[in-house]
Design a protein around this ligand. Structure first.
Ligand code: FES
Length: 239
């Protein structure tokens, strides 16, 4: 016969250790959870998150969560195996429209709150009246900072403090989905890479090997308009 189990009080030593550890482990992002769902129109896979090698990941206590994310990213085809063509990417003269918009209304500077979390946008071809959404690598994030906070190359690419970067992490291709308000950095939850938009999308933490590709902008008739191509091809690298 099975004996009833009784909950034991935590050992005083572990009770004093665990709370600080828990505070240091960030929860998995919605992006990670999304990547584990059945395949959708953007081609995300249902393959199980195996544990491929994860170059640059921590070997400490966050490693298990990182391996899960790493496996999800690789299994979902989010790494770099995605083909991207500059000819089908954002083009000079494209408008930018919110990914959440039901109808493609061009974004303006005023739509971006200064120092606030990034907004996601698709390039929009105003002549063909079509989104350039054939690849998720075309998707950009927009942030607005004080113009005085930007380094010279970022200021040159920005339009009234608004900057556009690829929304795809250069590590293994997860979405750069979070914003650290105090530090004003962009965060990828998969392996905690952080990028500094005021300094050309430079990597300031984590395993990402290169900055987020930047997209130059200008303002035309109040609209945010693409002024050139990505500074580098968007996407992560192969595990
Ligand atoms: S995919 Fe690894 S840190 Fe972003």
């Amino acid at each position: 016969m099975r004996r009833p189990t009784t909950a034991r009080p935590p050992h005083p030593s572990t009770a004093s250790i665990h709370p600080p550890l828990v505070r240091h482990v960030l929860p998995p992002s919605p992006a990670i959870l999304t990547h584990l769902q059945p395949a959708g129109p953007n081609g995300l896979s249902t393959a199980s998150p195996a544990s491929p090698p994860c170059p640059g990941c921590d070997t400490g206590r966050r490693a298990a969560l990182q391996r899960l994310a790493c496996g999800a990213a690789a299994a979902g085809g989010l790494s770099t195996a995605e083909a991207w063509s500059a000819a089908e990417g954002p083009q000079p003269g494209d408008w930018l429209v919110s990914v959440d918009a039901d109808t493609p209304v061009p974004l303006t500077v005023a739509d971006l709150k200064p120092n606030a979390k990034q907004q996601l946008a698709w390039p929009f071809d105003p002549k063909a009246r079509a989104l350039r959404d054939s690849s998720r690598l075309n998707r950009v994030l927009l942030v607005r900072l004080e113009a005085s906070a930007l380094d010279a190359p970022s200021a040159q690419r920005a339009a009234e403090g608004v900057m556009a970067y690829s929304s795809v992490c250069t590590h293994q291709g997860c979405d750069v989905s979070a914003w650290r308000e105090q530090e004003k950095t962009l965060l990828c939850f998969c392996h905690f890479s952080q990028f500094q938009p005021a300094q050309g999308g430079a990597v300031v933490a984590g395993p990402a090997p290169r900055p987020l590709p930047a997209l130059p902008l200008r303002v035309e008739a109040g609209r945010l308009v693409v002024a050139g191509g990505f500074s580098q091809p968007p996407g992560g690298h192969k595990a």
